[in-house]
Design a protein around this ligand. Structure first.
Ligand code: TYM
Length: 334
């Protein structure tokens, strides 16, 4: 809470190409609930360098991601859309919270284990303490709610644990955040291996729908999507490929899984896949058009970057000063 306003914080990494999972699991929900909160949507570039990045490429992707937030329908006059690296409070609070986080807790993080396995040549300390930086992001703004996909739930839990531990020592410093999961789309799976989540870093481009994929590519990928030999459109765990297509169609059209099942009762997989592909194309087209338009307006985007970094810094500094005082750092002399 800030004053009497409820706060929402969320962020995304500018690493790799954004997928339909990022959109349906997160971005679309952000737009949906943003009006109810004082909001902060960050392009979390500090997190990105836990994996080696090409500097020019990272800068370009970060700007594209920030533009995409706006293209998805977040009004940057009302929502604070900014780069994490422009607000030094994130790193400063992360350091303090590192001293309130246990190695054992971090060792249990499944995303760390996955990423460490994938990047065995670069298991750096930043990768290990990544969830602490994420906790700092959220707690810095006293966020009440954090809309994310299912894969981030464990990070939300550790954020709550760190906040509660800190509060237990120093009093009510941090708001304890709640995760917000959308009804549909919280876990979009790979189109090639429905046991896995759809991921920006998947090596097989057919496994993911990228937000900038053109219509033909989207349809082709859905036609090739791995399903099963049951030949029935039912929503059950034993048919993860079909379940995923139902989730995607439902998230795009606003329909519950039961409704989707009824709509396609007795239809073949081929017809269903086409319908899902078309529903996705219809979602992505306006997003892509607005993105193309906005990208041309350099001065407008630059203005947003500047003013929103200032706004975010204002709120971040408030919490940071409070925390610094609590832990015993000397007062600043004015
Ligand atoms: P990132 O960049 O991997 O993903 C951004 C958001 O997309 C969601 N998501 C998915 N949802 C459904 N199905 C999928 N297949 C799928 N793949 C990704 C993620 O859950 C996420 O909500 N650590 C975070 C970024 C972050 C953050 C934060 C998030 C940094 N600080 C503070 C919230 C609050 C990450 O890497 O997300």
């Amino acid at each position: 809470m800030i004053g009497d306003q409820k706060v929402l914080f969320s962020g995304m990494q500018a690493t790799g190409n954004l997928t339909l999972g990022n959109y349906l699991g997160a971005l679309k929900n952000w737009v949906h609930i943003a009006d109810e909160y004082l909001t902060f949507f960050s392009v979390v570039d500090l997190h990105s360098i836990t994996i080696r990045q090409d500097p020019a490429e990272l800068r370009k992707r970060a700007r594209n991601l920030l533009t995409l937030y706006i293209a998805a329908g977040l009004d940057p006059e009302k929502n604070c859309i900014y780069y994490q690296s422009h607000v030094s409070g994130h790193a400063e609070l992360a350091w303090i919270l590192n001293c309130f986080t246990y190695m054992g807790e971090l060792n249990r993080m499944t995303q760390f284990k996955d990423k460490a396995a994938k990047h065995a040549d670069n298991i750096n300390a930043g990768l290990f303490t990544y969830p602490v930086l994420m906790a700092a992001d959220i707690l810095l703004y006293q966020a009440d709610v954090v809309p994310v996909g299912k894969d981030q739930m464990q990070h939300l839990e550790i954020t709550r644990d760190i906040a509660q531990r800190f509060n237990a020592v120093y009093g009510d410093v941090f708001t304890i955040p709640e995760p917000y999961l959308g009804k549909t789309g919280a876990k979009i799976r790979s189109l090639q291996d429905p046991e896995k989540k759809m991921s920006k870093s998947d090596e097989n481009p057919n496994a993911s729908i990228y937000l900038m994929d053109d219509a033909d590519t989207v349809i082709r990928k859905f036609k090739r999507a791995v399903t099963d030999s049951e030949a029935q459109i039912v929503y059950r765990d034993e048919q993860p490929g079909i379940q995923n297509l139902i989730d995607i169609y439902g998230a795009c059209t606003g329909k519950a899984p039961e409704e989707v099942v009824r709509e396609f009762d007795g239809k073949g997989y081929g017809e269903f896949k086409m319908a899902v592909g078309e529903a996705v194309v219809a979602q992505l087209r306006p997003l892509q058009e607005r993105f193309a338009q906005l990208s041309k307006d350099k001065a407008y985007i630059d203005g947003i970057i500047k003013s929103n970094a200032e706004k975010a810094s204002y709120y971040a500094t408030k919490t940071l000063r409070k925390v610094q005082k609590k832990v015993g750092f000397p007062d600043r002399i004015r």
